[in-house]
Design a protein around this ligand. Structure first.
Ligand SMILES: Cc1ncc(C[n+]2csc(CCOP(=O)(O)OP(=O)(O)O)c2C)c(N)n1
Length: 373
């Protein structure tokens, strides 16, 4: 069967339905999602932004170990969750906490990993959200495996797997696309191109015409979309999900966006990018754009906007309260769940830790402590 390569290539410019001022772009008016979907998306973005702000504060208060903020990327975060049904799976990275929250995972549990808990923090099966993946692109072959298994079972599940621009240089990205294409796995690869992999700009990361072009070599159609335009993201991603569900195989979507804040709290972004560049992207803010459109369309007013802000504040308070609970970790947890049968080294180390801990026990007299030294 002849393959039409042109159909696999992304448009030269990202698909955009709203301009940065919230005006519909000339062209495909029918593509604009229904107002209810856009309102739901806006509410999700208001919550996502508040969650980003709250989480960054929790780092400064010592309640979170680290927070990779998705401030500025809220449209991508919310759209990724909004286009999925209950039967679908989301595979997020460390930066996609707001997407997990948008899918309904308890924000306190979402932050478990970044707080430093030994497990992923939430039950992946409850909302069908895989654990946040820290090693770049490792979640992609897993996502393909889940999608492939669902297809073999005759289920209608689609998997949406997220990654960053930097992660597209990883071997796992290529292996995942190749396997998915050959076996027509129902997976949507969603690359959030936020322009940087920590301090490495896109130009130092890839010489491809776009990251969406990377699909064609594997037989995966690629689409390029404005990642700060929630309307365009809902349109493009829901189309990709529908095609994957209908048996068309994997799809690759690149959302062009910007990481407005540092990589994490441990990074100083002023060392590798200019204030002018950040300001130019601030003018393309995804929340302001959709807010402007919905107000002009008569769908959003002050009271509804206030209700969105109240909902976001409630979620922030819940997050704060949950993270402010002091949990005393059991040091022996370090040794649990490593091997089904612990190695002799781990057994020895556990004994050393137990001994060390028993020395701190109140009531133990000094003579016996001296004897054991
Ligand atoms: C396999 C692997 N190599 C290196 C790292 C260290 N590392 C953490 S984040 C990061 C940059 C990732 O950039 P990108 O994929 O664009 O995602 P972003 O952080 O911008 O969302 C790197 C190199 C890692 N986590 N995993």
């Amino acid at each position: 069967m002849a393959i039409d390569v042109d159909l696999m290539l992304p448009s030269p410019e990202p698909v955009a339905l709203l301009d940065p001022d919230g005006r519909p772009t000339a062209g495909d008016d029918d593509a604009l999602p229904p107002a209810d979907d856009l309102l739901r998306g806006l509410a999700g973005m208001v919550t996502a932004r508040r969650f980003n702000e709250q989480s960054s504060v929790l780092v400064r208060q010592g309640r979170l170990a680290v927070y990779p903020s998705s401030y500025g990327q809220e449209a991508c975060q919310v759209a990724a969750a909004q286009v999925l049904g209950d039967e679908d799976w989301l595979f997020p990275t460390y930066r996609d906490t707001a997407a997990a929250v948008a899918r309904g995972v308890d924000p306190v549990e979402v932050l478990g990993l970044l707080k430093g808990d030994w497990h992923s923090g939430y039950d992946p099966y409850e909302r069908r959200v895989a654990p946040l993946a820290t090693p770049l692109a490792t979640q992609l072959p897993h996502a393909v495996g889940v999608a492939h298994a669902a297809r073999l079972r005759g289920e209608s599940t689609v998997v949406l797997a997220m990654c960053g621009d930097g992660a597209t240089s990883e071997g796992d990205f290529h292996e995942a696309l190749n396997f998915a294409a050959v076996f027509r796995a129902p997976v949507v690869f969603f690359v959030q191109n936020n322009q940087y992999a920590i301090s490495v700009p896109l130009a130092r990361q890839s010489a491809a015409p776009s990251l969406a072009h990377k699909g064609v070599g594997y037989g995966v159609p690629g689409e390029l979309v404005d990642g700060n335009d929630l309307a365009a993201l809902l349109h493009v991603l829901s189309g990709a999900v529908a095609r994957a569900r209908a048996g068309a195989g994997p799809q690759l979507v690149e959302g062009r966006t910007y990481r407005m804040q540092a990589h994490t709290n441990a990074d100083d972004a002023t060392r590798y990018r200019s204030d002018a560049e950040v300001a130019a992207w601030a003018a393309k803010d995804p929340l302001l754009r959709l807010d402007a459109y919905l107000r002009a369309a008569g769908v959003l007013d002050d009271s509804r906007a206030a209700a969105h802000a109240d909902d976001a504040e409630r979620l922030a308070r819940h997050t704060r309260d949950g993270l402010n609970v002091d949990v005393v970790p059991d040091p022996e947890d370090l040794f649990r769940h490593v091997y089904s049968r612990p190695t002799p080294q781990l057994v020895e180390q556990l004994a050393l830790v137990k001994d060390e801990l028993s020395r701190d026990e109140p009531g133990r007299d000094e003579t016996s402590q001296e004897e054991t030294r």
